[in-house]
Design a protein around this ligand. Structure first.
Ligand code: PLP
Ligand code: ZN
Length: 392
C-alpha cells in the first residue's frame, strides 16, 4: 500500500501524511496489482461498530411527485452513528492506531465529529471534535454524549478545519477530518460503489446522486464502480443553493472551484465553503465530469419536500442533507434531464434524528384530545388525512 498524489503522481510510503509534499495535492491509497480491496484488505484489526452493508431500498411506487420507475435509496442512515461518515472514520482510525496514534482530532459540520467521537470511545482514546458554533444541537449533543471534548468554533466550517490542523500538529493525534485530508478514510468509501453494484446484481445504474461537501463520497462511488470494471454511472454532485461552490464552477465551465462566501442552508452536512482547500472541490468536479455527470444545486424548500417524500412516503427518516439527493433527482426528472425509465440511486447520507428540529417546523397530522374524548374525534381526523399517496 502506498500513497499517491492525484495531481503530480508523486508516491510515498503509507504513513500519516495528509497532502503531497511536492505540490500540496491530495493523496489517494494505491495498491500493487489490480485486485479491488475489501475493507479487510485495508485495515486489520478494525475498530468497528458494525458500519457498512447498508440496504438499497427501492422507492415505493406512487410516492414520487415526478415518477421514476427504477429508483433506489442507499440508506446510509443505518450506520452506527447515523451517517456514512462511520465508513471513513473506522478505516482512518484503525490505520492510525497501527501507526501509533494516541488520540484523534476531527473538524466537522456535525456528522464526522459524531462518528469520530463514537469510534474514539470504542477504541478507548481521547477525541477533540471541532464544530461550527451553529451546528444543529442534536449533532452536538451526540458528540458530547460519546465523551469527546466538543469545541464550538466561531463562524463557518472552514474555521474549524484550520483549527483542527493546528491541534493535530500540536498533539500528534491523528486528524480524521473527513475531507480529502485522510486518504485511508476516503479509500474505505470504495465499498459504497461495490455494495451498490452487488445489490443491483451487476446492473450499473445510469445515475448516482451524491450530497456533496468536499467530495470524498463522490470519489468513493467513482472508485467503487471503477474497481468493478464495468460502465460508469453518471455521478451527480448535489449541493444546496446557499453553499454551492462546485455547482458554480460546473455551470461556469470553470477549470477550478473557488471557495464560497457565507453558507446559508438547512443542509448542514454539505454546508462547506471549502475556504483554504478549494482544491478538494476542483478534484471532485474533475471526477464528476469524467463520469459524464453534473453538479446541481437544490433549494431548502426542495429539500424539505424531499424529506417528506422520504419520511411520509417511504419510511426513511433523513436529515436535510440526506434528502438533498432525492430533491436533485426529482428536479432533473421534472425538467426531463432524466427519463422515467432510467436507473437512479440516491445516497441518503444522514439520519433524521440528527436534525429533527427541522421536522418540527414542517406540517404534520397531529391532534390533542382530552383523556375522556371519544374515539370518533380521532377517526374524524384520520378520515381528513386521505389515502397514504396524498399524505406527502
Ligand atoms: C459529510 C456529509 C456529506 C458530504 O460528504 P463529502 O464526502 O464531504 O462530500 C453528505 N451528507 C452527509 C449527511 C454528511 O454528513
Ligand atoms: Zn503532488
Amino acid at each position: 500500500m502506498t500513497l499517491t498524489c492525484v495531481d503530480c503522481r508523486a508516491s510515498y510510503p503509507a504513513t500519516l501524511l495528509y497532502a503531497c509534499e511536492a505540490c500540496g495535492g491530495l493523496l489517494e491509497v494505491t495498491r500493487p496489482g489490480t485486485e479491488p480491496p475489501g475493507l479487510d484488505a485495508l485495515v486489520s484489526p478494525a475498530v468497528t461498530l458494525g458500519e457498512c452493508g447498508t440496504p438499497l431500498l427501492p422507492v415505493r411506487p406512487g410516492s414520487l411527485p415526478t415518477p421514476a420507475r427504477a429508483l433506489w435509496f442507499k440508506d446510509e442512515t443505518r450506520n452506527p452513528s447515523g451517517s456514512f461518515k462511520d465508513r471513513l472514520v473506522s478505516a482512518a482510525l484503525t490505520t492510525a492506531l497501527t501507526f501509533g496514534s494516541k488520540g484523534l482530532v476531527c473538524a466537522s459540520s456535525g456528522n464526522a465529529g459524531a462518528s469520530a467521537a463514537a469510534y474514539a470511545a470504542r477504541a478507548g482514546i481521547p477525541a477533540v471534535i471541532l464544530v461550527p458554533e451553529r451546528t444543529p444541537t442534536e449533532k452536538m449533543a451526540q458528540i458530547a454524549a460519546y465523551g469527546a471534548l466538543l469545541v464550538k468554533v466561531a463562524g463557518h466550517y472552514s474555521n474549524s478545519y484550520a483549527m483542527a490542523l493546528a491541534v493535530a500538529r500540536e498533539t500528534g493525534f491523528v486528524n480524521v477530518t473527513t475531507t480529502f485530508l485522510n486518504p485511508y478514510g476516503t479509500d474505505a468509501l470504495r465499498l459504497v460503489g461495490h455494495e451498490i453494484y452487488d445489490q443491483l446484481g451487476g446492473q450499473v445504474p445510469d445515475w448516482v446522486f451524491v450530497p456533496t461537501g468536499s467530495g470524498p463520497l463522490v470519489k468513493g462511488v467513482f472508485q467503487g464502480f471503477a474497481d468493478r470494471g464495468g460502465r460508469m454511472p453518471r455521478l451527480v454532485a448535489v449541493q444546496a443553493e446557499g453553499c454551492a461552490p462546485i455547482v458554480k464552477a460546473f455551470e461556469e465551465r470553470a477549470g477550478e472551484v473557488q471557495a464560497w462566501g457565507e453558507p446559508k442552508t438547512i443542509a448542514s452536512g454539505i454546508s462547506d465553503p471549502l475556504i483554504g482547500y478549494a482544491r478538494d472541490g476542483t478534484y471532485t468536479l474533475r471526477l464528476v465530469r469524467e463520469s459524464g455527470g453534473c453538479a446541481i444545486a437544490v433549494s431548502d424548500d426542495e429539500i424539505r419536500r424531499a424529506m417528506r417524500v422520504l419520511a411520509a412516503g417511504n419510511g426513511i427518516f433523513a436529515e436535510p442533507t440526506g434528502a438533498s439527493s432525492l430533491a436533485a433527482a426529482q428536479k432533473m426528472l421534472a425538467r426531463g434531464d432524466i427519463g422515467p425509465d432510467e436507473r437512479i440511486v440516491c445516497m441518503v447520507t444522514g439520519h433524521g434524528f440528527k436534525d429533527f428540529g427541522i421536522y418540527r417546523q414542517m406540517p404534520v397530522h397531529e391532534i390533542r384530545v382530552e383523556a375522556d374524548a371519544s374515539a370518533s374525534v380521532i377517526i374524524q381526523a384520520l378520515e381528513g388525512m386521505g389515502p397514504p399517496e396524498r399524505v406527502v
